[in-house]
Design a protein around this ligand. Structure first.
Ligand code: ZN
Length: 341
């Protein structure tokens, strides 16, 4: 299948990662894309350069305040004069009746859920390129391709309408789904990242036209802890259009397939015109974040099960961190998908 990519991701090279009170080097590194490119090369997919779509696609999903913040953030931060090499908030207002701040430190707190989304000088450009990568892949299936893949970095599924979170700034999967909505009355998003797709859930929670399904490690014991439970089913007109399938830590291939079968039944009943797969590969048994225990063969089976839904499908890269099987697991998902089509 055609695989969309942009070199512009390299301008985002975050360093800071706070884990249980310890400062570590982030796992969301540019080298991830090199490993994923190797996985695409092994599958002999055709690389396509991302097209620039301008601000329209991201404005369908994100708020004007948030997009302005992202665009202006680095310049305002640098102008402070005594600021660090990356933007990390020292406060996160919980939004009891409050006033949108004008100071960059206040805006940084307002627009970030956690400390895992440090903003550097090249973050905004990379995030926009990742969104364009996802939209280009969505365009490919709107033009008649059966399936496409978007190598997005930074990832997107933890980003809310107006908040960055968990390595994510613009929600690439949501932006792809919103783009597909121009053509299809209903679109489904299936998130197979080891982490709950909380940003995507938040964006579409009250909408009946975009089904969000997430299979992930049980948030009782795993990040993001406060979203991703089975009882979160949507609200208002979106009630019933959100399905969370949390799995016990360490669940392997067979247990995963059971959840995926339930996801597939729900997606089939929703009858969407197209499917976006938020393709995290961090459910791997060898991923450094160690939540689930999916083998490379298990990823092939995941691809095959998704293929049998028979929907035009856009794969959007989410998480998946450095290990020797990161590239092979991408190859396996896409090979499994193509073989079952
Ligand atoms: Zn993840």
């Amino acid at each position: 299948m055609k695989a969309v990519y942009s070199e512009k991701h390299r301008s985002h090279d975050p360093q800071f990662f706070l884990v249980r009170g310890q400062v570590r080097h982030t796992t969301e590194q540019p080298e991830r894309a090199d490993r994923l490119l190797a996985g695409l090369a092994a599958g002999r997919h055709t690389l396509v350069e991302a097209t620039e779509f301008g601000p329209g696609p991201r404005a369908r999903v994100h708020s004007p305040d948030y997009l302005s913040f992202l665009a202006e953030a680095w310049e305002a931060w640098s102008a402070l004069g005594d600021s660090g090499p990356e933007m990390i908030a020292n406060m996160h207002p919980v939004r009891y009746p409050a006033t949108y701040p004008t100071h960059i430190v206040g805006r940084l707190g307002w627009h970030t859920v956690d400390t895992s989304c440090p903003i550097g000088p090249g973050t905004y450009a990379a995030a926009c390129a990742a969104a364009d990568t996802a939209v280009t892949a969505a365009e490919l299936i709107m033009q008649g391709e059966d399936a496409s893949y978007a190598l997005c970095r930074p990832p997107g599924h933890h980003a809310y309408r107006d908040m960055a979170s968990g390595f994510c700034f613009l929600n690439n999967s949501a932006i792809a789904a919103a783009h597909l909505r121009q053509r299809h009355e209903r679109v489904a998003i299936l998130d197979v990242d080891v982490h709950h797709g909380n940003g995507t859930q938040g964006i579409f929670y009250e909408r009946p036209d975009v089904l969000t399904v997430s299979i992930h490690a049980d948030p009782t014991h795993f990040n993001p802890f406060v979203w991703g439970y089975a009882h979160e089913r949507g609200a208002g007109p979106g009630l019933g259009a959100n399905l969370n399938l949390p799995l016990a830590l360490g669940t392997g291939d067979d247990g995963y397939q059971l959840a995926l079968a339930e996801a597939a039944r729900t997606i089939h009943a929703f009858a969407p015109g197209a499917l976006v797969v938020a393709l995290g590969l961090d459910a791997s048994e060898h991923d450094p974040l160690a939540g689930l225990a999916i083998t490379t063969e298990g990823f092939r089976r995941i691809g095959a099960t998704i293929a049998r839904l028979g929907l035009p499908t856009v794969f959007v890269q989410e998480g998946g961190y450095l290990s020797d099987v990161l590239g092979p697991n991408l190859t396996a998902v896409l090979v499994g998908f193509e073989a079952a089509r």
